[in-house]
Design a protein. Structure first.
Length: 561
């Protein structure tokens, strides 16, 4: 039998598959077959609910619970019942906290929060029932359609923020905001916030269960949640909102990696990325709102969900909503030049003697010249005072500058002057263009920063060096005088150890491997193919303060046999 494809993520599937093995979506539109419930839990749930409820199928499964579609025969309605997995060692105190949390959520009354109908237990199961929503999670929408238009993203997010504001005033924090927990109702498009992280409270508020694994979703987890820094407050939800909003307008989460540990590490250490850099059509004000949501320090985020709603409303109403493009600027300039030059061209147009009209009195020309002069002055004010941004790059790698729709690159050790398309004040951002490893992946840290331009024109000068980043950094320049390749690890033997992900070929001189965090005891360790190691230690005082570089030469004598 031929394979079919998942209608949501297009993963190839065998024709008999009812659900996609990749994203969990149901595979056949109109397929009347229902997935059989997990035999043990489904049967036990049917017994616990009683004869007036029919357990139809399992809808989904997570680390803590399974969700079943249940039909209420008395009220003729479909329900979604979430069942805690009985094979997890729940203590009596954990289950009591679960019941308390369910009761608190049941008191919430908001049109964008999926309510709880009832909580129950029996046959060794603990569960709660919610309305059944015909629709799809936001994650499925993003997989199918890709990044959303900023206006669409804001239209979905604003009612969810209103729902969060309502929950936060009741003392409830969601703790697991992600696209999978945002349902889009099929009939109305209404967004619904589901799963208030009930199981996430079972350990008494921390980020780990007694089984020792981290709960929450790494791509959207706030730094304090990842570190288990109690107490978690409403601002951890705002961080997750920023991560989701970034994915909505760019198509990808803000931080990605090969493992959960790598992703969490980026949330803890790397600066928040700019959505505008990923997609130039995203308004700068929206990119700034997302960056504020993703601040590492929760004190620097928005003070409340309501404040974030106000920022979204203010941004959309501002003139920054306009996307500035090179084509628009060119059209504007061409239009203004034509408007200014037209009267002059008409005055100098040659005419035949027969058609020559009497010369108008000079006094009558002034009404025509006034708007021409006014337009010329306005053009000079708007365009003549556009500043020149002069960037000197003292780093050993190129940097990219983004100022609104302006993007240009400054080579390593060079100075570039660029005339901006808009007048100050502007937010200028710089990004390090990292060197690539053998597999094409970038090496070292992702460095970036901002240059706030003042309210004036003229020439604006900035110098980017190793002190311009948010943290002290250094770039080892490695000379390999041995006969074989060397594998490098920066700050080896510490919690901040970072393998460079590259090999330095034999004979290389001052080979760049990117920038890394600088400490007083920073080290660089080289390993030969035979496993011998040599280490340069305590590099903190040896680094060039301007370039952030330190030259390291590894010779055969440095590696003991």
């Amino acid at each position: 039998m031929a394979e079919t494809a998942c209608p949501t993520c297009r993963t190839p599937l065998p024709p008999e598959a009812l659900y996609c093995l990749n994203c969990g979506s149901r595979t056949g539109a109109g397929d009347s077959r229902a997935a059989a419930p997990a035999p043990d839990i489904g049967e036990r749930l049917a017994g616990a609910l009683g004869p007036k409820y029919q357990v139809r199928r399992m809808l989904g499964e997570g680390g803590f619970a399974q969700v079943f579609e249940v039909f209420d025969t008395d009220l003729q309605r479909r329900l979604a019942v979430k069942v805690l997995k009985p094979d997890i060692a729940w203590s009596a105190g954990m289950l009591e906290r679960f019941r308390e949390e369910c009761r608190a959520i049941a008191r919430l009354s908001h049109s964008n929060i999926l309510a709880i109908h009832f909580v129950g237990e029996g046959r060794g199961l603990v569960y709660y029932a919610m309305p059944f929503v015909e629709g799809e999670p936001l994650s499925a929408r993003l997989r199918r359609a890709g990044a959303l238009d900023p206006d669409q993203a804001i239209a979905i997010m604003r009612p969810l923020l209103d729902a969060l504001a309502h929950a936060h005033t009741q003392g409830l924090v969601h703790r697991d905001i992600k696209p999978d927990n945002i349902m889009l109702e099929a009939s109305t498009g209404r967004p619904l916030l589901v799963d208030f992280g009930i199981a996430k409270r079972l350990d008494g508020g921390g980020h780990q269960t007694q089984t020792g694994f981290v709960v929450g979703t790494p791509q959207y987890m706030s730094p304090e949640q990842a570190l288990g820094s109690p107490p978690l407050d409403h601002r951890t939800d705002l961080y997750s909102v920023g991560a989701v909003l970034y994915q909505m307008v760019t198509g990808t989460p803000p931080f990605e990696g090969a493992s959960s540990q790598e992703i969490v590490g980026k949330h803890l250490s790397e600066p928040p990325p700019l959505a505008t850099v990923r997609n130039a059509r995203i308004p700068m004000w929206l990119s700034e709102v997302i960056v504020k949501c993703l601040a590492k320090d929760r004190e620097q985020r928005f003070s409340s969900a309501t404040a974030l709603i106000e920022a979204l409303g203010t941004g959309r109403a501002s003139d920054q909503q306009q996307r500035v493009s090179a084509e628009r600027v060119a059209r504007k300039l061409a239009s203004e030049e034509a408007t200014v030059q037209l009267p002059s061209a008409e005055r100098t147009r040659p005419v035949s003697p027969k058609a020559e009209a009497p010369t108008a009195p000079p006094a009558r020309r002034w009404p025509l010249l006034v708007p021409v002069v006014a337009l010329a002055v306005a053009g000079w004010v708007v365009w003549g005072r556009r500043p020149v941004l002069a960037i000197e790059n003292r780093l050993i790698a190129p940097i990219r500058i983004a100022v609104g729709s302006d993007n240009f690159e400054v080579p390593a050790g060079a100075q570039v002057e660029h005339r901006l398309r808009r007048r100050p004040p502007l937010l200028a951002l710089w990004f390090l263009v990292r060197p690539a490893g053998p597999d094409g992946s970038p090496l070292g840290l992702e460095l970036q920063g901002r240059l706030n331009t003042p309210r004036r024109g003229g020439r604006l000068s900035w110098v980017i060096d190793a002190t311009s980043a948010d943290q002290p950094v250094f770039a080892p320049l490695v000379t390999n005088a041995t006969e074989g390749p060397l594998v490098l690890t920066v700050n080896a033997g510490t919690l901040k150890a970072m393998p460079c992900g590259c090999q330095v070929p034999p004979g290389s001189a001052r080979y760049p491997i990117g920038y890394y965090p600088l400490y007083q005891n920073s080290s660089v360790q080289a390993t030969t193919p035979a496993g011998a190691t040599a280490t340069f230690r305590d590099l903190g005082t040896q680094v060039d303060q301007r370039e952030g570089t330190v030259g390291l030469r590894f010779e055969p004598k440095d590696f003991p046999p």
